[in-house]
Each structure stands twice: as structure tokens, then as C-alpha cells.
Design a protein around this ligand. Structure first.
Ligand SMILES: *[C@@H]1O[C@H](CO)[C@@H](O)[C@H](O)[C@H]1NC(C)=O
Length: 306
């Protein structure tokens, strides 16, 4: 027998307010009601599932998802300019400025894209952020942009304790906080077959299904059975980029310990400027890499033994 849908819904609502023993008595005596009960549970399971799949995604820092987590750039954005992708800056503003001079940067000829970690640890976080905005550059979010946002919110909520590396966040204005909040996890440029991310990407998983924490903090992958699993430590497993076989060429940062990485379909650009290494940039069309040596060791590198 068929019931009109609205009738089913009303019955379900009534049933959901009923006591369990009343419900059992009814099931014993009415087969039709039993059918409805089954439908009711199916309905519950369905809506529960739906709730789960529509849960907002977030990385381990539990931030609100930006409006555009995966940004795509088209010719209308590129406007026939060359694309120059720059590695981790960490507040090394002077080196960044020298790199722009070396690249003969002019806003109508070159479009800049940063791989994230513009801020923290180094000398000029706020000024670097302001410079990047002034340059109308694009950037993906790094783990340090997320750490900075978390710190800003803690401070804004009235907690005074701010770790020294994040004390600059109290100088941010609302626009700058918005800028950080809206940084995408990935930037894709189909016309150049390029993809930009801060940390890494697990091969074989679509961008929408990647774990957001991996986008900002993965360095290595381990093979477990047939599966590739993000490794919790840099030197357990192999560089994620060594497993990446395209089709997009990925430009990334985050792995200062390994410094410049060059694979057929991936280029790692964190060349340790903060630790007295270099700041690096690459022109997409020619693959030409430009570097500026750090003015000084802004921070002593941690010795990693594993
Ligand atoms: C994402 O990866 C992190 C780090 O590997 C892990 O702790 C977390 O559980 C993962 N999240 C999901 C939803 O799988």
C-alpha cells in the first residue's frame, strides 16, 4: 500500500514523540506501522549521513574554511603576464625585495604567487604580509598562516599570552585578518598545467577529498601495503613529491630540511632563507630559478636526526 509522502512525514513526527513501549505494542498489532517504523529509521540514518557529509572541512587548526579553498586562475586573472612562484618567506622581507629586483619585477609583466609561510619565525612578518598585499600577489595558506590566525583569535578573545613568534599578530587590522582567513589551500593554473600548495598532496586523491592538514603540513609519504600514507615525521618515508606523477606540476614549500626539490612533476621551493639559506623563485614558462642569499641566519636551524 502507498501513503502520500506528507502523510508519512507527519506519522514519522508523531512516532518520534511516542514512548518506546507504546511503539512496541503498536508494532505487534499493526504491520503497516512496523513498515513506517522501518521507514522512520531509514529516514534517521539518511539524515544523519547527510549531516556527516556536509560537516565543514578543517585542518588540525580547526579554522573556518575559506570561501574558495581551491582557487583556479584563468587568463582574465593572468592577463598575459609571466608567472613567478616564490618559496617560503617567513618574514625575510629584505631578501624578498632583492629577489623582486633580480626578477625585474613589474606589476604589468609579472604575476607573483607565494607558496605560503609568508610569516612567523623571521624578522618582518607584518611588513611581509603588507608587501604581498601591495603587490596584488596570490598566495596559498601555509601552516604558519593558520598558526597566526589561531593566535590572533586567542588574543582577540582576551587571552594575553601570545608566543613570541606570533606577537606580531596583534598589529593586524581587520582586512589583513580577512586576507589570511581567505587564503586558499591550493591554486590551480590549468593553462600552465600548474598547481600550488604549501605542504603536499597525496597522489590518487582528488583535491576536494584531501586531508586539509596534509595541504599545509605534509612532507613525506610512507607506503603501507598498497597505500600511501602521510608520514608523521619528515625523515620517515620519502618526500611526497617523489611519488607525484602529475598530470599537474606542483609547486610547494614547507620542507626546509630538504631545501630545493626538483622532480619531473613537482618543485619544492623552501630553500631555508630563515636559516641562512636562500629565498627562491621560479618562472613558470622557462623553469628558470632565481635565488637571493639570506642576509643573516635569522634563526638557528633545529638539528633533525631522524
Ligand atoms: C588528517 O591528517 C592528520 C595528520 O596526519 C590526522 O591527524 C587527521 O586525523 C586526519 N584527518 C582526517 C579527517 O582523516
Amino acid at each position: 500500500m502507498l501513503l502520500p509522502l506528507c502523510k508519512v512525514r507527519t506519522t514519522l513526527l508523531e512516532l518520534s514523540y511516542m514512548k518506546l513501549d507504546t511503539l512496541i505494542t503498536i508494532i505487534r498489532t499493526h504491520h503497516v506501522t512496523s513498515m513506517i517504523v522501518i521507514l522512520f529509521y531509514m529516514y534517521i540514518i539518511f539524515t544523519k549521513r547527510f549531516e556527516k557529509s556536509s560537516e565543514p572541512r578543517s585542518s588540525k587548526y580547526k579554522l573556518k574554511l575559506p570561501k574558495t579553498p581551491h582557487l583556479t586562475l584563468y587568463e582574465k586573472d593572468i592577463k598575459n603576464r609571466q608567472i613567478f612562484i616564490i618559496g617560503d618567506v617567513h618574514g625575510c622581507l629584505e631578501e624578498l625585495e632583492d629577489l623582486l629586483v633580480l626578477a625585474n619585477y613589474e606589476s604589468d609583466k609579472i604575476l607573483l604567487i607565494f607558496v605560503g609561510d609568508l610569516v612567523n619565525k623571521g624578522p618582518h612578518s607584518v611588513q611581509t604580509l603588507r608587501k604581498v598585499r601591495e603587490l596584488n600577489a596570490y598566495a596559498v595558506r601555509g601552516n604558519h598562516e593558520e598558526i597566526a590566525l589561531v593566535q590572533y583569535m586567542t588574543w582577540w578573545n582576551g587571552e594575553v599570552v601570545t608566543p613570541r613568534k606570533c606577537s606580531w599578530t596583534t598589529e593586524l587590522n581587520e582586512d589583513e585578518v580577512d586576507f589570511l582567513q581567505e587564503l586558499p589551500y591550493t591554486i590551480e593554473i590549468p593553462s600552465k598545467n600548474a598547481l600550488i600548495v604549501h605542504g603536499g598532496i597525496v597522489p590518487g586523491v582528488s583535491l576536494e577529498n584531501q586531508n586539509l592538514t596534509h595541504f599545509i603540513s605534509m612532507r613525506s609519504l610512507q607506503t603501507i601495503g598498497e597505500k600511501l600514507i602521510a608520514s608523521p615525521r619528515t625523515f620517515i618515508g620519502k618526500p611526497w613529491a617523489s611519488f607525484w606523477s602529475g598530470p599537474r606540476h606542483v609547486y610547494f614549500g614547507h620542507d626546509a630540511a630538504r631545501s630545493l626539490q626538483q622532480y619531473p612533476y613537482a618543485t619544492g621551493l623552501d630553500t631555508r632563507c630563515l636559516y641562512g639559506g636562500f629565498i627562491s623563485g621560479i618562472f613558470l614558462d622557462s623553469n628558470k630559478i632565481l635565488q637571493i642569499r639570506a642576509k643573516l641566519v635569522h634563526q638557528k636551524p633545529k638539528i633533525k636526526t631522524e
